[in-house]
Design a protein around this ligand. Sequence first.
Ligand code: ZN
Length: 196
Amino acid sequence: MTNVPLPPAPGTAEHLSLALANSIVTLPGGLRVDELNSPENATAWLIAQNLAPEGTGLLAYCQLQLAGLREQLREVLRSHTEGTAPDPAALAGLNQALTAVPSAAPLHYSPEEGLTRGRTHPLSRIVAHAMAQIAEDAATLLTGPDAARIAICAAVPCDRFMLRTHARRQWCSERCGARQRASRSYARKLDKTPAP
Ligand SMILES: [Zn+2]
């Protein structure tokens, strides 16, 4: 197994919801790699997504909230790709994140600058605001023109979500495509081998 990280799945760079959903991935052999597996790593992830300012330090409680939203999001995305009804609890969790904080930029006053509008949030609200933005992206994506392009990688055990770049795309990456083709041709070979 290689330690080179998979390139981002198509759509991940444009959609915070896919970025969060794919922050945990199952590698061949079954190893789960979780980018949110500690408060420090969850903080680094938020900063990398531009959802928290440099120097933010998350608490374990915030990390668990973010990881919880990810599970709910993955459930809603999965049911969408399968054409089934989402788990009501997962949908409710997504909606909770969507509506937990006001989305408008508040007014600030200082004697030097007067009234300004800005998105500076107290530390305790950074995660809530980040989760609201992720949930907003999910809601927009799942009901928008690209909703039909949401897919889950077909190369088991990879379970990353992506936006199909063309109708027949089945894999999140070249590496997954190559792995799947190899296992298919191996299966075909087995098929052709006469039974002893
Ligand atoms: Zn994949």
